[in-house]
Ligand binder design. Structure first.
Ligand SMILES: Cc1cc2nc3c(=O)[nH]c(=O)nc-3n(C[C@H](O)[C@H](O)[C@H](O)COP(=O)(O)OP(=O)(O)OC[C@H]3O[C@@H](n4cnc5c(N)ncnc54)[C@H](O)[C@@H]3O)c2cc1C
Length: 392
């Protein structure tokens, strides 16, 4: 059977559904999103969902400001659904060496609408007395930042996209991409179906290099392992802590309902731990949990009494500069929205908005040049995840 669509989006994570929603909003009538398993079954469903605003460039700063505004009033902005956004505040601790860069970055960001202030380490007690200020050179406080629910955002965008006429099909895997000359012409599914389309969007997250290869396009992306650990705070801990990202000590802690805290590493270079995407959600070892929990306990000493509950193997689709690729590929009509490098949730509303503008030929709200696929020609991988906060 041969079917037709104006745009086929491959991947039902938070990025794919945001693009679908925004394309339909931009007037594209016949959008089909295909997801090989179920919505949010990829990296999105394993995400920690932190929304911090510290970003090193004007473009990423503008994108996170635009996205935060959507998370804060998701129901109204999207016309239904909930983002589960909790604006508890985010504190970011940096070393003395990082402080000048932090101050310079925050000066720029404030001119772009980010609410944030740099404090002396000792002043952190005014905001969260359980954070250990030792070994910090400065502290950044973002009062409006926090965390959201990536699965809820995915469902919310998907439902809203359907109301705008988008078809979303789960359990449909793309196994071939059809081309004619230098143009994409559609896809083929594992069920043997052919779907003709002049525009195909690769939003396949951790699987996006494999999907791009189907079209003969190479993407400079490494899938790197990023384990997450869950601890139960001691009853004496009191009210939940806010989100703490300790760039100096190399760990993060984000509260979860039920007296739980999600934590993970901020110093490991995930690119040195390549992972098969299909191992997503797999086991973690007690040794690696112990290593990260030791760092978290130095950052928030009262967490030393927390009980380890569980963990899972997450993974990031990492580009050489730890920033997304949002661009048309050399195969005309074949668009790339991937390489989110571990921070695609917090940017997802703005990514959908930008991709819809690029695909329909409208003027993007944010300059897309830093996200071009061609920017990597002369670059090799640089830095760790911290590069996405303060640059490398
Ligand atoms: C452990 C972890 C912690 C994170 N923490 C944060 C955080 O605190 N803050 C933040 O902003 N971001 C965070 N992220 C990153 C963020 O969650 C991701 O960047 C984002 O969810 C990626 O969404 P996506 O839609 O690009 O990819 P995915 O969610 O991976 O979706 C891609 C989809 O494509 C489908 N697919 C693949 N191949 C095919 C095919 N051939 N045919 C059809 N469908 C296909 C997959 O099944 C999958 O559902 C974290 C990620 C992880 C894993």
């Amino acid at each position: 059977m041969i079917r037709h669509a104006e745009v086929v989006i491959i991947g039902g994570g938070v990025i794919g559904v945001s693009i679908a929603f925004h394309l339909a909003g931009a007037g594209v009538r016949d959008v089909l999103l295909v997801e090989r398993r179920f919505l949010a079954s990829g990296g999105t469903g394993r995400s920690v969902g932190i929304v911090r605003q510290l970003y090193p460039t004007p473009e990423t700063s503008q994108m996170v400001v635009r996205s935060l505004a959507v998370f804060q009033r998701f129901h109204d902005a999207v016309g239904g659904g909930e983002s589960g956004y909790v604006g508890c505040g985010v504190v970011i601790g940096v070393s003395t060496a990082m402080r000048p860069k932090l101050e310079e970055t925050v000066r720029l960001q404030r001119s772009l609408g980010v609410r944030a202030e740099v404090l002396e380490p000792g002043e952190v007690v005014k905001i969260e007395r359980r954070i250990n200020p030792e070994n910090l050179g400065a502290v950044l406080y973002e009062p409006e930042s926090g965390y959201g629910d990536p699965t809820a955002v995915t469902t919310g965008y998907a439902d809203a996209a359907r109301r705008r006429g988008v078809r979303i099909e789960q359990g449909v895997e793309v196994v071939a991409i059809r081309t004619a000359g230098d143009r994409v012409t559609g896809v083929e599914t594992a069920a043997g179906e052919r779907i003709d389309a002049p525009v195909v969007v690769n939003a396949a997250g951790l699987w996006s290099t494999a999907v791009a290869r189907l079209a003969g396009v190479a993407l400079p992306i490494i899938v790197g392992r990023h384990p997450v650990f869950v601890v139960e705070r001691d009853a004496s801990f009191g009210r939940p802590h806010l989100v703490y990202l300790d760039l100096a000590g190399g760990s993060y802690a984000r509260p979860e309902t039920g007296g739980l805290t999600l934590t993970g590493s901020l110093t490991d270079d995930e690119t040195r731990h390549p992972m098969e995407p299909d191992l997503l959600g797999g086991d973690v070892s007690l040794d690696e949990a112990a290593d990260v929990l030791a760092r978290t306990s130095r950052a928030i000493p009262r967490l030393a009494d927390a009980r380890y509950r569980r963990g899972w193997a997450g993974a990031f689709d990492i580009t050489p500069d730890w920033m997304p690729i949002l661009d048309e590929s050399p195969l005309r009509g074949f668009w790339i929205a991937t390489g989110m490098s571990g921070h695609g949730f917090k940017l997802s509303p703005a990514v959908g908005e930008m991709m819809a503008a690029l695909i329909t030929g409208a003027a993007p709200q944010v300059n897309p040049a830093p996200f071009a696929l061609g920017r990597f020609s002369a670059k090799s991988s640089s830095g760790t995840f911290v590069a996405s906060y303060l640059g490398s």
